[in-house]
Design a protein around this ligand. Structure first.
Ligand SMILES: *Cc1c(COP(=O)(O)O)cnc(C)c1O
Length: 272
């Protein structure tokens, strides 16, 4: 399954699916595409019983594409011993053997691994040098930017594409009826040099997507909400539109989210 889906802004219930699989006792392995989930969503991989979780360098870790990494459960290691699926390069057992000596089975993308080290140092610095605390800060930041954006969109009178389960990686928004979402994307870019994206494939023109991943924070979010108000004022005929409503909603969401995240951090420190 996917943890979060960047083309639709949907968040999937990884914990719920893991529980279902456990209770079904089928022996099926849970493999999670967390390419955009990692760094934007809180996961407890071991406690939930996720067998394989896959991340990619190009998303919340903020480095160039080309590197992927994954976690492997004991059950998944055991399944590899009996699996008859052909494999050569992607035989993780070879990697595991070599990793014991600090080596990889084949020539790795050394430059990307060095970049990953720098990115992890940056993330750790967000948590005062502690990588786990930094990861929490990275996820909390994405969740905060996403909550601010959802509140702003709602205040404008626009609808989310995935209102029941919105992801923190990106917010997908429906344009007003009869408006091509490309107009909003183009206007933001040409007037404010602000880059958001259109829908993909058959969703082109149907949604616009605002990302919250990686090196993106409160300042960027406030700026994009302000610019979106300008676009709404000039290009969208939204009933009841008033300057400042979306910004005020984003400001309130910021206070709520950061208060919540801070109390979770205090609880976590207390538990330790
Ligand atoms: C980005 C992404 C991928 C990888 O897609 P690329 O086109 O290789 O970047 C896979 N899964 C999800 C959920 C993603 O967001």
């Amino acid at each position: 399954m996917q943890a979060t889906e960047s083309s639709t802004g949907v968040r999937h219930d990884v914990k719920g699916v893991a529980e279902l699989l456990k209770s079904a006792n089928s022996g099926a392995l849970l493999v999670v595409d967390a390419i955009t989930g990692l760094g934007t969503t809180h996961f407890d991989v071991d406690a939930w019983g996720v067998d394989i979780m896959i991340g990619g360098s190009q998303k919340a870790v903020m480095i160039p594409p080309g590197l992927s990494y994954l976690s492997v459960s004991q059950r998944a290691w055991e399944a590899m011993e009996t699996s008859l699926n052909p494999r050569y390069y992607f035989d993780l057992r070879k990697e595991r053997k070599n990793a014991k000596n600090g080596e990889s089975a084949y020539t790795p993308a050394v430059a990307l691994i060095a970049a990953l080290g720098a990115a992890l140092d940056y993330i750790a610095a967000q948590g005062g040098g502690d990588l786990a605390a930094g990861r929490k800060a990275l996820v909390d930041n994405a969740e905060t930017c996403a909550a601010m954006t959802r509140a702003a969109v709602d205040a404008l009178g626009l609808k989310l594409f995935a209102p029941d389960a919105p992801a923190a990686v990106a917010t997908a928004v429906l344009p007003p009826a009869g408006v091509d979402s490309g107009v909003i994307v183009k206007d933001l870019k040409s007037r404010f040099a602000a880059v958001i994206t259109n829908g993909q494939g058959e969703m082109k023109g149907q949604i616009f997507r605002i990302a919250h991943i990686g090196f993106f924070d409160y300042m960027d979010t406030i700026a994009i909400v302000g610019a979106l108000e300008q676009v709404a004022a000039s290009a969208l005929k939204l009933p009841g539109f008033e300057f400042g409503k979306a910004l005020a909603a984003a400001q309130k969401a910021y206070v709520e989210q950061t208060t919540k995240a801070a109390s979770e951090t205090l609880e976590a420190v207390g538990a330790r």
